[in-house]
Design a binder for this molecule. Structure first.
Ligand code: HH2
Length: 283
């Protein structure tokens, strides 16, 4: 499967891509506060690129369960200097912005971002699809049931067939993006692990990822350090969920995922290189 991003085309059948998480927030669930200073954030981005990240995903708003929305100006103030400086130092690097707000996406694109990672799948801001289409940006459409404020209330929502329902939602959101002018080949879909899902739903989605991969869009999976990993392992500290997270990234790629969104880039890249070697890919 081919994925154009900016002026390059990536052959996702040849190699999955690794998206490194860079949260420029004070309150993200696993790395909140660590990269609020722009220089620390740019340093972390450069480190992730040197460890083999293909994309750096800059997030100015935590979407952890219960998180409150962050005002637009504050999101721009957090993200734009980091994106601009990273783009200045590494003009070829693929930078994504993790936002649900069109004005933030627009400012990020002007600063050098080429991917909009919208966990609301273009639903929260009516202007978002137009911003993506106009810029020719690539967009990540993620499934979420509810909002970050309420999605895990009572342990999470009910599904009769979680894979089928997530797939139908993503198909509808991809159609909406395309009718707003986003090119079909610039759309990436994501089951949204941890976003309005009970424990078993997250595991079921990873087990049946092939059904989402069969939809014909590149599939991105973000399992990294999430609570369901901690729950399986009995590990409360998100920073100590690395092995479980790497296992999920491998399982996701083996199940058909094309892009994995991770905090622990070096470990994930090494695991994926082992997978490629065993599968017989050229070194
Ligand atoms: N997960 C998080 C944030 N953004 N975007 C996509 N496309 N897929 C995901 O699974 C996803 C995402 C949550 O993780 P993190 O960014 O580490 O935490 P926080 O939202 O607290 O900043």
């Amino acid at each position: 499967m081919l994925l154009p991003i900016r002026n390059s085309t990536f052959d996702l059948a040849r190699r999955p891509l690794v998206m490194g998480v860079l949260n420029v927030t004070p309150d993200s669930f696993s790395d909140g506060g660590a990269f609020v200073a722009p220089s620390a954030a740019v340093g972390r981005a450069l480190q992730m690129l040197s460890e083999g990240a293909d994309i750096v995903d800059v997030g100015p708003e935590s979407t952890r369960p219960g998180a409150a929305p962050v005002p637009v100006e504050e999101q721009i103030r957090r993200a734009v200097p980091v994106i601009a400086e990273l783009h200045r130092q590494r003009p070829q690097a693929l930078i994504s912005v993790d936002t649900r707000v069109a004005a933030v996406a627009q400012a990020a694109i002007e600063a050098g971002a080429c991917i909009v990672n919208d966990v609301s799948a273009l639903r929260d801001d009516a202007a978002m699809a137009g911003v993506v289409a106009q810029a020719g940006a690539t967009v990540v459409l993620m499934h979420m049931k509810g909002t970050p404020a309420d999605m895990q209330a009572g342990g999470g929502p009910h599904y009769d067939d979680v894979v089928g329902e997530v797939g139908a939602f993503l198909r509808a959101r991809a159609a909406a993006a395309e009718s707003a002018g986003v090119a079909r080949d610039r759309v990436i879909i994501d089951p949204g692990l941890g976003f309005g899902k009970r424990h078993e739903h997250n595991l079921t989605l990873i087990r049946h990822l092939d059904r989402l991969a069969d939809m014909g869009y590149p599939v991105l999976v973000g399992a990294s350090r999430k609570s369901f990993v901690g729950k399986v392992l009995g590990v409360d500290d998100p920073g100590k969920r690395i092995a479980g997270s790497v296992a999920c990234a491998l399982l996701a790629v083996m199940g058909g995922a094309h892009i994995v969104r991770v905090h622990d880039v070096r470990e994930t890249v090494e695991a994926l290189r082992m997978l490629a070697a065993v599968r017989g890919a050229p070194a």
